[in-house]
Design a protein around this ligand. Sequence first.
Ligand code: UTP
Length: 271
Amino acid sequence: MIKQAIIPLAGLGTRLLPLTSVFAKELLPINGKPGIEYILDECIDAGVTEIIFIISKKKEIIKKYFYNDNFYKSIIKKKKDPRIINEYKKILKYKKKIKFVYQNKPLGTGDAVLKTKKFIKNRYFLMLLPDDLIMKKNCSKDMIKLHKKYKASVMASMTVKKNNVNRWGIYSISKKIDKKNFIISDVIEKPNTREAPSNNAVIGRYILSKDIFKILKKQKKGKGGEIHITDSIRTMINNKFLFVGHKFSGKYLDCGSMDGYIKSTLEIAKL
Ligand code: UTP
């Protein structure tokens, strides 16, 4: 059963400067709703009951967003606005499910994941990267179904432009299961065009097993001097852990770059 999800939120968000100089990118509005709420809705709808946020001291504004009870209570007392009451109820619903852990130095996604080690209860958990929104179809739900069938780790994937491979984790396929699903035989973090085994990229949804923590503990720095989750996944694949790739059917929106964020706000309004 996948009941826990983890969400790394401790990155600096430099691609969205100047917006991120004083604000968390995950709270930026996308059609009137903070990006992180789309991610929370996806998790909850997929049956997740506990969501672990990995934040840093610099990003405590995220915690504050969910813990602003006194402010809401005083406003609701003065103004019995049903819209505000509903918004507060929604925040309370999210808050009940969220736990916070800290990664104060942004050493990389792998290091962020390692911070959740002692909180993970079952063998498998879900990880979502909040820059990647997948609309119209619940990708996490589909991946959980796949995980149940194959008792394996699962990664979401899509085809990207060949000249863009250096932005993603790029994988190779050893065997097709069906049109949308396949067995992954290797993955490389942000390869250059020559190194890339394909133009199939890993997108920010993962079902991982606790076994990754042992590998993460020993994980050396990789590209850009960061500890990447992709490098530990590669070790797991080499050690014969089964990783299934899933080509999702929803609409992908990249909210982590300025260009992508602007496009996402326009695209989502059309859905
Ligand atoms: P990215 O490296 O893609 O984004 O991390 P970033 O660091 O937030 O932003 P840029 O690249 O400077 O613009 C992917 C996800 O992993 C989290 C980020 O918050 C983001 O959600 N992350 C990254 C951490 O939690 N800790 C880290 O050390 C690095």
